[in-house]
Write a protein that binds this ligand. Structure first.
Ligand SMILES: C[S@@+](CC[C@H](N)C(=O)[O-])C[C@H]1O[C@@H](n2cnc3c(N)ncnc32)[C@H](O)[C@@H]1O
Length: 255
C-alpha cells in the first residue's frame, strides 16, 4: 500500500472514529435527512427508517439511499462497503429476510463497535460486520448478489482498487448500487492535498465520468447514473471548487 493511501486511511479513520465516539456529529449528511435546511436532499423515505432505533438513525452519515435503488430480493447476500453505524445493513437485512445475509465492511474500530451494539440492540441475526478496507475486501470471490455503498468510495485514495474488489466478490450477474459524492470537473492539486476536507467527503470526490470509467475498467456493464443532485447543502463547498453532486449509480457484473 502506498504512503499516500496509508495517510488518507488514517485521517479518515480518525474522523469517523471521533464521530462514532461522539455519535450524532455530521459528515456527509449526519442524519437521515440532509443537515442543511437551505438545500435539503432527502436521504431516506420516512417510512423506511421510522422503525429504526435513534442510535442507528443518528449515526447515518450517507448522502443517499442505496438500499432502495438496489431493489433487494429475499434470500440475497448483500455487501455494504463502508457500513458505518449500520443503517443500510439493517434496512437491507429486513428486505432480504432470514434466508438472506448482509455483510458490512468498515475499517474504523469505533464504527464497528457502534454497528455491533446496534445489531445486539435490534436483535438482528442476518447481519455481520467485518473489519477491513474496501480496497482489499475480506470477502470470498463471487459470493455476493448485491453490493451497496453510501458516501464512502469518494473517501478512498485508490478507487480503481475498490471497483476491482467489488467486481471480484460479486457473483456473475450481481449488481452494485451506490450513493456517492461526485463532481463535474476537478479539484485543484492544493484542494486534493487537503486531507481534512477529503475526510469530510469533499476533495476525494472525482468527476462522474471518471467514476463510471473506473467502473467500466473494472469490468462492470450497464453502468447508469440514476440521478445527480446538487450536494452544496450536504457538504462544505467553497469557492473555487467544481460543482459537487450526490449521485446514485448502478451497474452489473456480466453473467
Ligand atoms: C461517510 S461514512 C458513511 C457510513 C455509512 N455508509 C452511512 O451511510 O451511514 C464513511 C464510512 O466509511 C468508512 N470508510 C471510509 N473509507 C474506508 C475504507 N477505505 N475502507 C473501509 N471503510 C472505510 C468509515 O470508517 C466510515 O464508517
Amino acid at each position: 500500500m502506498s504512503e499516500n493511501t496509508t495517510q488518507i486511511h488514517e485521517v479518515v479513520r480518525q474522523r469517523y472514529g471521533a464521530i462514532a465516539r461522539s455519535q450524532g456529529s455530521s459528515c456527509c449528511g449526519g442524519n437521515t435527512a440532509s443537515a442543511s435546511q437551505d438545500n435539503l436532499i432527502p436521504l431516506y423515505d420516512n417510512q423506511l427508517v421510522a422503525t429504526l432505533p435513534a442510535e442507528v438513525t443518528d449515526l447515518s452519515l450517507g448522502c443517499g439511499d442505496p438500499v432502495t435503488i438496489a431493489q433487494l430480493r429475499p434470500g440475497e447476500t448483500v455487501l455494504d462497503l463502508g457500513s458505518g453505524g449500520g443503517i443500510d445493513c439493517f434496512l437491507a437485512a429486513r428486505q432480504v429476510g432470514d434466508s438472506g445475509y448482509v455483510i458490512g465492511v468498515d475499517m474504523t474500530p469505533d464504527m464497528l463497535a457502534k454497528a455491533n451494539a446496534n445489531k445486539v440492540r435490534m436483535g438482528v441475526h442476518n447481519v455481520e460486520f467485518r473489519k477491513g478496507q474496501i480496497e482489499a475486501l475480506p470477502v470470498t470471490d463471487r459470493s455476493v448478489d448485491v453490493i451497496m455503498s453510501n458516501c464512502v468510495i469518494n473517501l478512498s485514495p485508490d478507487k480503481p482498487a475498490v471497483f476491482r474488489e467489488a467486481y471480484r466478490v460479486l457473483k456473475p450477474g450481481g449488481r452494485i448500487s451506490v450513493s456517492d459524492i461526485v463532481t463535474e470537473g476537478e479539484f485543484s492539486p492544493e484542494l486534493r492535498a487537503d486531507a481534512a476536507q477529503w475526510a469530510e467527503c469533499v476533495t476525494g470526490a472525482i468527476d462522474a465520468a471518471e467514476y463510471t470509467d473506473m467502473m467500466r475498467a473494472a469490468g462492470f456493464v450497464e453502468i447508469e447514473v440514476v440521478s445527480k443532485l446538487d450536494a452544496s447543502g450536504l457538504i462544505p463547498v467553497q469557492e473555487g471548487m467544481p460543482r459537487i453532486f450526490s449521485a446514485r449509480i448502478t451497474a452489473r457484473k456480466a453473467e
